[in-house]
Design a protein around this ligand. Structure first.
Ligand SMILES: [Zn+2]
Length: 313
């Protein structure tokens, strides 16, 4: 592939529909080839401000004034130059699943791709008072609230601490099993579970009517922050922010406080995530001392660390 970027070719050949799908934009059909919905660029309240015409391959937002071709859209979403947008689109179109493949009927994502289908069972007999929880500083009240506990029944979670994971809509989609001794792997999830598709605790944090959210790495970090009375908190279940997670964050919150681990991985991730989100929302980084993770801290200390970032809404 040459470095030559053919802007005209990209504008003509890359379907805006595919690009909108890539960013999980949800729109309603309003006419032949026409769609409208909430603007993914300025993310304002107007539920009809953002208009798309798939026949002409253009968009326009009547609220923030953004508009143009696929190139303008990507540049606005990524906060980058048109040249950079063209490079990204060119890379996308060269990927194994071509973005230009248009479905037979012109059907724009009317619903976000389902992150994971809900489980059709629920584990019973989970012991929320298991000593491992106390060892990790999780109170029984929190354990009950999060449905976390030791499981002795059969299956993948046997003899592990079962941690229920819900999607943004609050549907149970998986359990993660944490070993309570030296057994490897430390965390066991069902093979089909894609953690990159969701944020742990999003269904609770999203109901908090708070415009800001604390982002941590792990399940226990999340529960500890919750115990510190900061209820708007989600966990990445790792140290990277993936596109569906980014979308979920930006569509619910205007301000993000990163509270990742005080190790080189956490620091590097903080910088990368802050940079990624900065053009779209307010990002603040809470720094922890070297080698410290939120789940190792007592609630009072977590509250103290987060206090300067608190806002009143
Ligand atoms: Zn707009």
């Amino acid at each position: 592939m040459s470095n030559w970027l053919d802007f005209k070719m990209i504008k003509r050949n890359v379907a805006l529909e595919s690009v909108l799908q890539h960013y999980y934009v949800k729109l309603r059909r309003s006419g032949k080839d026409q769609y409208r919905g909430r603007c993914p660029i300025h993310r304002g309240d107007g539920h009809d401000a953002f208009h798309v015409n798939l026949a002409v391959n253009v968009f326009h937002c009547f609220a923030c004034g953004a508009g143009g071709t696929v190139l303008d859209f990507v540049a606005a979403m990524e906060g980058c130059s048109l040249f950079e947008a063209a490079k990204r689109l060119q890379a996308m179109t060269c990927s194994p699943t071509p973005l230009t493949s248009t479905p037979k009927e012109k059907k724009l994502v009317t619903e976000r791709r389902r992150a994971a289908s809900p489980l059709n069972f629920k584990l019973t007999g989970i012991d929320c008072s298991h000593s491992y929880l106390a060892e990790r500083g999780i109170t029984e009240k929190t354990a009950v609230e999060f449905g976390v506990g030791f499981y002795t029944g059969p299956g993948l979670m046997h003899g592990r601490l079962a941690i229920p994971i819900h999607n943004g809509e609050g549907e149970l989609v998986a359990y993660c099993g944490r070993s309570v001794d030296q057994t490897q792997p430390r965390y066991r999830v069902p093979p089909a579970f894609a953690k990159s598709e969701m944020l742990y605790n999003m269904h609770r944090a999203g109901c908090e009517r708070n415009s800001s959210v604390v982002v941590v790495e792990g399940f226990f970090d999340c529960m500890k922050v919750h115990q510190a009375d900061v209820r708007s908190v989600v966990a990445l279940m790792g140290s990277a922010l993936y596109e569906p997670q980014r979308y979920a964050l930006l569509s619910k919150f205007r301000s993000v406080i990163l509270l990742l681990d005080g190790d080189p991985t956490g620091r590097k991730a903080s910088t990368a995530i802050a940079q990624n989100l900065r053009t779209h929302c307010c990002v603040q980084v809470a720094l922890l001392p070297d080698g410290v993770q939120p789940d190792q801290l007592p609630a009072e200390e977590i509250a103290q660390i987060l206090q300067p970032f608190a806002n009143d809404d």
